[in-house]
Design a protein around this ligand. Structure first.
Ligand SMILES: [Zn+2]
Length: 63
């Protein structure tokens, strides 16, 4: 059998990438991972990433 490397869709940039990390059920490509690391909390972009990350493991709260 041939080993086919599957691309995954990055949860941040929505592009199909081969390399990246898994954060819970979200796949983050290397580029976005690096960008996130170098983004400071005061930058607008940081909120964008945070919003994306909020989609991970959303706890179901019943009030
Ligand atoms: Zn990405």
């Amino acid at each position: 059998m041939k080993t086919v490397e599957q691309s995954k869709t990055c949860g941040i940039c929505d592009q199909a990438k081969y390399r990246g990390i898994h954060l819970y059920n979200l796949f983050i490509c290397c580029e976005c991972e690096q960008k996130m690391i170098h983004t400071e909390p005061k930058q607008e972009q940081y909120q964008y990433y945070l919003n994306k990350l909020k989609n991970i493991n959303q706890p179901k709260l019943y009030s």
